[in-house]
Each structure stands twice: as C-alpha cells, then as structure tokens.
Design a protein around this ligand. Structure first.
Ligand code: OFO
Length: 165
C-alpha cells in the first residue's frame, strides 16, 4: 500500500510528465510554423511517449492503492529563438526530469518502499536513453552548423528518427 507522502510525490511526477508532453507538443507547433516539418513530427511522437510515461505512473499509483490526482499544468514556452534553442531546451528539460526521478527513487528507498523503488527503475533507465537521445541531436546540430542547408538536413534526419523510434 502506497504511503500518502509517496503518493503525493508520484502525483507530482504524473503532472510533470503531462507538462513534458505539452512542452514537446508546443515545440512541435513552433517547428511546424517555421517549416521544420521533420522536427515537428519527431516532437509530436515524443509528446506521445511522454503521455505513456504519465500513464505508466498513473496505473502504478492506482494499482498500488493510491489515488492518482491530476492537477493544473503550467503552460509551456511557445516562442523559441531557433531550432537549436528548441533542442537545448529539450535537453535541459530531460536533465531536470532525470533529477526528479532520482529524487523520487531516493525517497522510495529511504522510506523502505522497495516496490516503488523497483517500479522507478524503468524511469531511471528511460532517462538515460532520453538524455542520450536529446544530447545526440544537439551534438549533431553543433556539428553541421546553423545555416539553412544544414538545418534542412537536420530536419530531414529528425523526421526519419521519428519513424525509427
Ligand atoms: Fe522525456 O521523459 Fe518523461 O518526462
């Protein structure tokens, strides 16, 4: 049975996963507007993945005897300076999420809630993948440069990446 304090912390994470999804969906709208169609498809697909992260938590809280609670979700940024700016922000956001997951895992362990600690290991592994993915995209943008032809190439690659994921 989930402790109340742990339930509250997991509910915060549910909310944060919703925010991640909305952030990436909003970013996809910016990309679409600027003609980066591949990046838009990639970010939309990633917004869907974030909803999966939310659902997995929602199901766990519910099955572990807690009550999932959906709160208000902050509006994400909608204006960005460049495609690079978008991906700098995705990487920073994923680093923040990793920190939150680590804090959650620490709390579960410290409270001898080994079931939740075990459940959270999926997120620990997932955050490793997420940081690797977004850092990889950022490195690629830095490598090819910021001119129109390079951005066109990156955009195409992101579109392909979305179909591979
Ligand atoms: Fe992108 O990992 Fe969930 O929030």
């Amino acid at each position: 049975m989930l402790a109340e304090a742990m339930t509250a912390r997991l509910n915060e994470q549910i909310n944060l996963e919703f925010f991640s999804s909305n952030l990436y969906l909003q970013m996809s709208a910016w990309c679409e507007d600027k003609g980066f169609e591949g990046a838009a498809v990639f970010l939309r697909a990633h917004a869907d993945e974030e909803m999966e992260h939310m659902r997995r938590l929602f199901t766990y809280v519910s099955e572990a005897g807690g009550m999932p609670l959906l709160g208000a979700i902050d509006a994400p940024d909608s204006q960005f300076e460049s495609l690079k700016d978008v991906f700098v922000k995705t990487f920073e956001h994923e680093q923040l999420i990793t920190q939150k997951i680590n804090d959650l895992a620490h709390t579960a362990f410290a409270n001898q809630d080994y079931s939740t600690f075990n459940f959270l290991q999926w997120y620990v592994a997932e955050q490793h993948e997420e940081e690797k993915l977004f850092k990889g995209i950022l490195d690629r943008i830095d490598l090819v440069g910021n001119d129109g032809a390079s951005l066109y190439l990156i955009d195409k690659e992101l579109g392909q990446l979305a179909t591979e994921e």
